[in-house]
Design a protein around this ligand. Structure first.
Ligand SMILES: Cc1cc2nc3c(=O)[nH]c(=O)nc-3n(C[C@H](O)[C@H](O)[C@H](O)COP(=O)(O)OP(=O)(O)OC[C@H]3O[C@@H](n4cnc5c(N)ncnc54)[C@H](O)[C@@H]3O)c2cc1C
Length: 481
């Protein structure tokens, strides 16, 4: 009987297990080893204020097909929901303004869309659209590219908050080619104007009167339902609290070492392995088998972050109405001159109609999420060292400074994600190529996950499918031989 080991029970590992089940059929033995005591990795939900709230990833990009397709495949189509009409905002220049529409990760294609997000000098720099050097096929930091051509304000006020929202990193440390690949490709074709390159990436404007196409989706019960459903559909043997500590090639396939929290170890012989674990684990597990791949995985930096979830009495949250959340621009200060501890706020009860409080229920709560932590930011590191009550207090102070809402929460929670988001720095795609080239020489082993071709859930699902297909093709070839 075929036996495959999947290391990592995050959404990637579970999606790989599910795809292996559909490819290999009912008889294959699929084992998922997960170091933690729960499944889901960064897809996780908690009950706060009587509502189930995602405390890791909360939504997937609906413009990519993978997540919605998987939701449908799993029979969860009736659980799919989209954000309502509340608009996102930016905190820039000491004011809260609307998030400009139709940008490519904050890079506008049209200087007229930036509204009051930029100062007159910032708009002038944007309009100047200075030409700059661009090596076709090359790579630079997003921040460097944008600062040089469109000015610092576009970088700090528009691009940095959006990139920070996805990667918990700064525009100055993230690669154009890895984080905004369409922009890099447009510049390869014509490097003269960054505004024109952004315009070339934007989808056609919506047809007047046509229903809006949702950009994001999630599941009514929380995105954390996705890994749980994948696990059931995979009909895998799930081993929780089991860390994969070694993978070694044998004459027949692979020998995997599993360590329990008690320190007890066990060996498992399998025909194939999918590694769906974060880069530090990939580095350790491939050190002997594929040293070049291991080295490249070790070069991927990780950002740490924390999320403060507040459940407020619904009536006290009324001033948040109409806003889905606020992103804080780089270098912004609070009205009292102090730096912001939070980098973003998501007013979940406003953003998601299914989380809107019941207006007839005076006890009902409005939930919101406040995010803390950006890679390479000393103040962020200091903030993340604070204990939970201190972090809640700092986040509440920021919320009050941002919105005037200072109600005592009915309940709060702090969830920390140490090393939770890989940083796609300049040269990231070379590191990914080194990992994939190294693994290509190892028959029956595949890697997948957030460190490779996108940190978002749809990209993780795509790598999971690719890994499962690689393993299935290998097993079919072995069976034929
Ligand atoms: C706070 C936060 C918010 C986010 N928000 C969004 C969002 O709204 N939308 C979106 O699309 N993306 C979001 N992301 C990104 C996205 O959630 C992640 O990139 C994605 O969930 C990663 O999934 P994964 O399975 O590859 O990795 P993980 O979720 O990290 O899963 C890997 C699993 O492997 C386990 N593991 C590690 N080492 C071993 C080992 N040696 N043996 C066995 N198991 C091991 C870990 O315990 C973990 O469970 C967010 C990320 C964070 C941190």
């Amino acid at each position: 009987m075929t036996r495959v080991l999947v290391a990592g029970g995050g959404v990637t590992g579970l999606a790989a297990a599910h795809r292996l089940r559909t490819l290999l059929g009912p008889d294959a033995e699929i084992v998922v080893a997960e170091a933690a005591r729960t499944l889901g990795g960064k897809l996780s939900a908690l009950e706060v204020g009587g509502r189930r709230v995602d405390v890791g990833a909360e939504a997937f990009l609906a413009r990519r097909p993978e997540a919605a397709a998987r939701v449908a495949e799993l029979g969860l189509g009736d659980q799919l929901v989209h954000p309502g009409s509340a608009a996102s905002a930016l905190r820039v220049g000491g004011r809260t303004v609307g998030l400009p529409p139709r940008t490519v990760m904050g890079v506008p294609g049209d200087p007229d869309v930036v509204g009051d997000a930029l100062s007159p000098a910032g708009v002038a720099a944007l309009r100047a659209d200075r030409p700059g050097p661009w090596e076709p096929g090359g790579d630079v930091a997003v921040g460097a590219l944008v600062r040089e051509r469109l000015g610092d304000e576009v970088a700090d006020r528009l691009v940095d908050p959006l990139l920070g929202g996805v990667y918990a990193g700064h525009a100055d440390g993230l690669s154009v080619r890895a984080t905004v690949p369409a922009l890099a490709t447009a510049l390869d074709a014509d490097p003269r104007s960054l505004l024109a390159a952004a315009r070339a990436c934007l989808p056609a404007p919506p047809v007047e009167g046509a229903p809006p196409v949702p950009v994001f989706g999630t599941l009514r019960g929380g995105l954390a339902d996705l890994p749980a459903t994948l696990a059931l559909a995979a009909r895998a043997e799930i081993r929780l609290g089991r860390t994969v500590t070694a993978v070694r090639r044998t004459a027949e396939g692979w020998r995997v070492e599993l360590a329990a929290e008690s320190g007890e170890t066990a060996a498992l012989d399998v025909d194939a392995v999918v590694l769906a674990v974060p880069p530090p684990a990939v580095r350790r597990l491939l050190a002997d088998q594929a040293p070049g791949a291991a080295r490249a995985a070790g070069e991927i930096e990780l950002a740490s972050s924390a999320l403060v979830v507040l459940a407020l009495p619904a009536a006290a949250a009324a001033p948040l109405a109409g806003r889905s959340g606020v992103l804080i621009g780089a270098g912004e200060r609070r009205p009292d001159g102090l730096p912001w501890t939070i980098k973003a706020a998501t007013f979940s009860a406003e953003k998601w109609p299914h989380l809107a409080p019941d207006t007839d229920d005076p006890e009902d709560t409005a939930v919101l999420r406040l995010s803390i932590g950006k890679y390479g930011d000393a103040a962020s590191l200091d903030a993340l060292r604070r204990d939970d009550p201190d972090l809640v207090s700092a986040a509440r102070d920021d919320l009050a400074a941002l919105t005037g809402v200072d109600a005592v929460p009915v309940e709060s929670a702090v969830v920390r994600w140490p090393g939770g988001l890989p940083q796609y720095g300049v040269g990231h795609l070379d590191r990914v190529a080194a990992i994939e080239d190294g693994v290509a020489a190892l028959p029956g082993l595949a890697v997948a996950g957030a460190a490779l071709h996108g940190v978002g859930v749809p990209a993780c699902l795509a790598t999971a499918d690719a890994a499962a297909e690689r393993v299935a093709a290998h097993l079919a070839a072995v069976a034929r031989a």
